[in-house]
Design a binder for this molecule. Sequence first.
Ligand code: TAP
Length: 481
Amino acid sequence: MTQALKIYIDGKWIDSSNPEKQDIINPANQEIIAKAPKATKEETEATITVAKNAFESGVWSDRTPQERAEVLLEIADKMEESLDELVTLEVENNGKTRKEAEYDALDAVSSFRYYASLLNTSTGQTYEASDDIQTVIIKEPMGVAGLIVPWNFPLLMSVWKIAPALAAGNSIVLKPAEITPMTAVKVFELIDQTSLPKGVANLLMGAGSVVGQTISESNDVNVVSFTGSTEVGRNIMQAATGNLKKISLELGGKSPNIIFADADLDTAIDYAMYGIYMGSGQVCSSGSRVLVQEDIYDTFIEKFVEGIKKIRVGPGNDENSEMGAIVSKKHMESILEYIRIGKEEGAHLACGGNRIERDGMEKGFFIEPTVFVDVDSDMRIVQEEIFGPVVVIQKFNDEAEAIKLANDTVFGLAGAVFSRDQNKAMRIIKKVRAGITWINTYHLTNIQAPWGGYKQSGIGRSLGTYGLDEYQETKQINIST
Ligand code: TAP
């Protein structure tokens, strides 16, 4: 029987008053796995009030950091016990491979543990302002945190927000993407089993234009943390002006992966493939523009295409699959449209370009790993985020041209350099206008390091102490002694 999901408000699972439901579909076979509620504007406002009341009551915000850390560790333990179920739900709902979902689930557990550990670390500052004045600087929670999550990492993006927001002592209202709520629902079921006071953590499902918009506009929400497209990020920034709430935006990218002629070619090719085909290219930091020095351009393309053709595409729950499904029919069609545009613009399709409807993938949303070469910087496929398994390869001559091409986009999320010359690699990476960068590797992420972009890739940072700061106010207390 198809599962009927409920929203979670004030510690209770309830139906929305809206009779309309969202079908939750497995993108590998189009089976309906659940029906999700579509919360209304009024329900969203009522939920924000619940979160506000919980905050003001002090049931959570007044707890000591050590007490909050203990609850975060409870959540981490519950998640660890349910790891297998979380992985299965993520594979079924998002279409990614089991290996990718396992990595996400382990990272999610570690995120709760990491923020618990930060709470157990002393962070205050004091100054001797004068002989008789001492200044103490403390961090305080902000109030209600609205957390808006995309569909590409439904579990991990939820937890990257929930863990620091709760660690800081806020109350939260989380909205997953309408099409991928399954793991968020599971996380809230687990939170419900811990000693977190009711009303502190609330889960809404529904359309971004209703639930997300209401959260962003609400004068009772003090901080909005959003991960998603640059277009919606811009909307949120405008909606937040009412009460000038703090916003944190993790947005899109078109990240350059610069390969110099002196790079270890096999390593560079492996990471260039991983850079674009992890998560079927539906990853904000994907290396979707590969820039190759002209001396090795032809050899690189030959070997890269050879490698790409060997990638095993298939359902995420098949352990042989290296690349899973595209999240939805709508998104698959958008990627195929970009492939059509690329051909029309005159780019040369070196491989891929089609939907796959064979070998058990007939009913799912699968696209061949796709490579375009001979592209120009002004082509739409070079400038716009496709968010799928489509990579463009550009040629450069020297360091100056590599930097120019790398930065020739409105985005600034990620970037990489491959070279055996460490000094050169460091010199170039410092010139790449992006927040997340790599040398001789790609996609490596750790919880301690700040995650976020320059330019139109966002504002603020997730993870690390930086991620906690996004959910905190800073206060000075001047004490006359
Ligand atoms: P979006 O369409 O921007 O959706 C993201 C979230 O915002 C969803 O929960 C969506 O709800 C909600 N939303 C839609 N309209 C809204 C509005 N007017 N006000 C408030 N919230 C609204 O992005 P997506 O398609 O889910 O994800 C793909 C994009 O996310 C890509 O551009 C990608 O680069 C970016 N992304 C960035 C990062 C980082 S870390 N920078 C990470 C992952 C993804 P519904 O979908 O339910 O309507």
